[in-house]
Structure formats: structure tokens, C-alpha cells
Design a protein around this ligand. Structure first.
Ligand code: CP
Ligand code: NVA
Length: 312
């Protein structure tokens, strides 16, 4: 039976249970198929999405804005300098004011506490468009891509190599929720958050899969169905970029990883990429790479999310 997500926040991927995540993925699949066939879905006609950005973006901004247009609604982009969140005005006041005008709020922020606070004070659904701790919309698109390419998610073996960051955290929770085994491979000192690791391991246990941490990339990639990476220094960590290169180079996704992975393995990267650092340009352009499908699926997954939380 279809679940009802109307009015719900999506701050962490754990805000939705397994059945609810599947509802988003199935809705995304239908919207994508029907949109490709030329069908229009004006399910959010007359509704407005407010988009707060403290950090730069290509995919998140454009996919949410295009998504809202395709759904018959409107999106307003609020640049970092427009509202100076926390400086010109408190998060509490911004949330209370924006939710009087907008039907959904999406925010890309530095501290995760900011998006938690936006949700606390908002009377409309708040969607996390990336925080320092999580990137749940990215992982919706990733799961949709995996499902599209492999026909299943449950029981697959995935590897994430690189920094134990926001993308890794949401991927750990998302994999655990949908029963996909995941090995997170990081250099020592760059492990994922310990609480998120133990919480995702408990969730995985309940769903019959395993989330593990390793420092051995080649062994982890053996027979893998999915290999995934992200930048070594996230937005806000630019001054560490050079220092990190030395630690992270052995964790690069390259041709050797593909050689030992399953022949039909798919390669993912949330983008933007630093080619020949976390991933070789060559691997990103192999037939195994689903990087640009993954970017496209941001649009479909988020349309599904907005319809489910925001339609009247
Ligand atoms: N993957 C992703 O969130 O891309 P942007 O930073 O360009 O939005
Ligand atoms: N971990 C990266 C993801 C970018 C989409 C960052 O936070 O910059």
C-alpha cells in the first residue's frame, strides 16, 4: 500500500524508512518514464519552492529548479549573499518567514544543525540539499541509478572509496535501509562519523546486510557491483585539498579497481569531480560509468520527493 509522506521533512535519509524510500524510488521511476514519453505532471501547480544556498551548486540548484518547473510550480533561488543566514537574520526567523510564503524549503548549508533548525521552525517540508553531515537527495538519485542499472538494490555489494564525508554518511544509511552491502574505504583519520557508522550497522543488521569500514581498496573492490567515490576535500575544506592528496592517492578509483570488480559493475561519482585525483578520467568514461545518469536522476528523484511531501 502506498505510504503517505505529505508534510514530511527530509533532513536525513533516515527520516524515511525502507518502505518510504522505495515509495520515492518507484515514484521517480514512473515520473522519469512518463516524462520521457512527453507526459506532463503539473502536480505542484501554483506552488513555490524556496531554495537556500550557503554553498555553490550546479546539480542541486538546477535539478530542483527544473523539477519544480516541470511540476508546474516555481522555485526561488536564494544565494548566500541574499539572506546571509545566521548573520543578517536568525535561522529561526528565516524559517518562520519563508514557510509563510513557500510550500517547500530546500537548503544547502554548512552545519547540519542549520537544516535541523530550519525544519524545527518551518510549517512546510524542509529538504536537505547537502549539509556537512549528509547529502540525502544525492543518495536518492544514486539508489535510483543503481536500481535502474541492476534491477535490484537488496543484496548488491557496493564500495565507497575516499573521505568519510556527507555523501558517505547518507550512502551508509541508504544502503543499510535498502539491504545493500557497503564497504566504506578511507585512509586512517578520515573514517566516517563513528555514530553514523554504528547506527547504519544496526540498521543494516535489521535489514540483512552489512556496512563495514576498511582501508584495503583492492580487496574491497573484488567482485563489487557498485564502486563510488567523491572529492577528497568537500566544500569548506578547500584549504586542506593539497595536504589530503598525499593521504588519499592510494584510494583513487582507477582501472585497477575496475579490473577486480564485477564485469557489470557500475561506477558512481556524485560530481563535481577532480579528475585523476579521486577518480581517473578514463574510468569516469568507461561503459561501466553511470555518472551522468546519476546526475540526471537528481531531477527525477527530487521531483518524486517534492510531489510526495508537497502535493496537496
Ligand atoms: N552532486 C551535487 O550535489 O552537485 P552540486 O554541488 O553541483 O549541487
Ligand atoms: N562531499 C562533497 C559533495 C559535493 C556534492 C561536498 O560536500 O563538497
Amino acid at each position: 500500500m502506498a505510504v503517505n509522506l505529505r508534510g514530511r521533512h527530509f533532513v536525513s535519509i533516515t527520516d524515511f524508512n525502507t518502505e518510504e524510500l522505495w515509495q520515492v524510488l518507484k515514484t521517480a521511476e514512473t515520473l522519469k518514464l512518463e516524462t520521457t514519453r512527453g507526459q506532463q505532471h503539473h502536480l505542484l501547480a501554483g506552488r513555490t519552492l524556496g531554495m537556500i544556498f550557503q554553498k555553490p551548486s550546479l546539480r542541486t540548484r538546477v535539478s530542483f529548479e527544473v523539477g519544480m518547473t516541470q511540476l508546474g510550480g516555481h522555485a526561488i533561488y536564494l544565494a548566500p549573499s541574499d539572506i546571509s543566514l545566521g548573520k543578517r537574520e536568525t535561522t529561526e526567523d528565516i524559517s518562520m518567514v519563508l514557510s509563510r510564503y513557500c510550500d517547500i524549503i530546500m537548503a544547502r548549508v554548512f552545519g547540519h544543525d542549520i537544516v535541523v533548525d530550519l525544519a524545527k521552525y518551518s510549517s512546510v517540508p524542509v529538504i536537505n540539499g547537502l549539509s556537512d553531515m549528509e547529502h540525502p537527495c544525492q543518495i536518492l538519485a544514486d539508489l535510483q541509478t543503481i536500481y535502474e542499472k541492476k534491477g535490484v538494490i537488496t543484496g548488491l555489494n557496493a564500495v565507497y572509496s575516499g573521505d568519510g564525508n556527507n555523501v558517505a554518511h547518507s550512502l551508509m544509511y541508504g544502503a543499510a535501509s535498502l539491504g545493500m552491502n557497503l564497504t566504506v574505504v578511507t585512509p586512517p583519520g578520515y573514517e566516517p562519523d563513528a555514530t553514523i557508522l554504528s547506527e547504519s550497522q544496526a540498521l543494516a543488521d535489521a535489514n540483512g546486510c552489512e556496512i563495514t569500514h576498511s582501508t584495503d581498496l583492492m580487496k574491497s573492490c573484488e567482485g563489487a557491483d557498485v564502486i563510488y567515490t567523491d572529492v577528497w576535500a568537500s566544500m569548506g575544506q578547500e584549504d586542506e585539498q593539497e595536504k589530503r592528496k598525499a593521504f588519499f592517492m592510494p584510494y583513487q578509483l582507477n582501472e585497477k579497481c575496475l579490473d577486480v570488480a564485477d564485469d557489470d559493475c557500475i561506477v558512481l561519482h556524485c560530481l563535481p569531480a577532480h579528475y585523476d585525483e579521486e577518480i581517473t578520467y578514463g574510468v569516469s568514461r568507461t561503459p561501466n560509468s553511470a555518472i551522468f545518469d546519476q546526475a540526471e536522476n537528481r531531477l527525477h528523484a527530487q521531483k518524486a520527493l517534492m510531489v510526495l511531501v508537497g502535493a496537496v
